[in-house]
Design a protein around this ligand. Structure first.
Ligand SMILES: *[C@@H]1O[C@H](CO)[C@@H](O)[C@H](O)[C@H]1NC(C)=O
Length: 327
């Protein structure tokens, strides 16, 4: 973006904010926002930004959202932010009942001697418009023809085994980030960031092992001793982020967030516009993956699926995310 368009953006944003401040209704705000933002547009502004982005991060007075959303929370782990307070450490290690004596600090040291030690995604600004697609694994993607729409986003976040090969028309073909844990790990191509969702210190040891000695093949079940992925693109979700999502958003329902819900939260914190695909049941109320016929118990396991679905619906209704319901 050149300097003149940046100035335009800033003035517009400021005006936009001031006006929004006096308007309580979300619907009217949106209409005004479209009007105000698009009125003084230059062409370069149009290329770089969109109302959806600016409205989504700037509509103030949305008490419900800001009671829950903490933009300063650490999303990804690095060597400088890795210290965990006692409560976070205890909560995190209890998730899967890990009881072995392991020196977390020491494991983190090794972790960031191998993988990128960065302050990821610290470049948010009102003029940035990063669009993200979060693609869940629901059967409602079948015959959706969402593929091109998914692929048009800057980031495309998938989870666990969710494949693209053979399903491109409905789920897209690109994957920039794939969120996995040892028990759900799959190979990924060189363009994809492996994003580890760690539930225990052993998971951190596993990712180290997977790229070095390959000796860890057992957690509470058999896990792949190695995984194909670009080592320079590995990212690790911060345990404090998992606790924040559980407490601030899930109100401590269930035992911890599902991978799907945490993926949406991940996107809400690193993107300016979040488009969500492949969540929820099919139109017939069936719960299965788009890639197999296995019926999924949406309320089973350690998650409160119903509460998560309500939150997702609310985020959509408040225009913080855009839900594509599928078929
Ligand atoms: C854990 O490892 C760190 C860094 O290697 C070290 O400074 C610390 O003393 C160790 N803690 C314990 C309890 O062994």
């Amino acid at each position: 973006m050149n300097t003149s368009s940046k100035v335009t953006t800033n003035i517009t944003m400021h005006y936009n904010r001031t006006v929004q401040y006096f308007i309580a209704s979300g619907g009217i705000t949106t209409i005004l926002c479209i009007f105000i933002v698009y009125q003084p547009l230059t062409e370069s502004f149009l290329e770089d930004s969109s109302c959806m982005c600016n409205c989504a991060i700037d509509s103030e007075g949305d008490k419900w959202f800001y009671q829950r959303y903490r933009p300063t929370t650490h999303v990804l782990l690095n060597s400088k932010n890795s210290a965990l307070d006692f409560n976070t450490y205890s909560w995190w290690r209890a998730l899967q009942g890990e009881s072995t004596v392991t020196n977390y600090t020491k494991v983190v040291e090794v972790l960031f001697s191998l993988f990128p030690d960065k302050n990821h995604f610290s470049n948010a600004s009102p003029s940035r418009c990063r669009t993200c697609a979060v693609v869940g694994n629901s059967g409602n993607l079948i015959r959706s023809h969402y593929g091109a729409l998914v692929d048009s986003n800057d980031f495309i976040i998938r989870m666990n085994e969710g494949p693209t090969k053979g399903f491109e028309r409905d789920v897209g073909s690109k994957t920039t980030h794939r969120i996995i844990y040892p028990e759900s790990a799959v190979d990924m191509d060189d363009a994809t960031h492996l994003v580890l969702l760690p539930f225990k210190i052993l998971d951190l040891q596993w990712i180290i092992s997977a790229f070095t000695t390959k000796h860890i093949d057992m957690t509470y079940m058999y896990v792949r001793p190695t995984v194909k992925a670009d080592m320079n693109k590995v990212m690790i979700i911060h345990p404090a982020f998992m606790k924040y999502v559980y407490e601030s958003w899930l109100d401590k329902r269930g035992f911890y967030s599902s991978t799907g819900f945490i993926s949406i939260m991940f996107a809400l914190h690193i993107c300016d516009e979040v488009n969500v695909f492949g969540f929820g049941p099919t139109r017939d109320g069936a719960w299965h993956h788009y890639f197999d016929d296995l019926v999924v118990d949406s309320n089973g396991g350690p998650h409160d699926g119903e509460f998560e679905r309500k939150l997702i619906a609310e985020l959509h209704q408040k225009q913080r995310i855009m839900m594509y319901k599928g078929f």
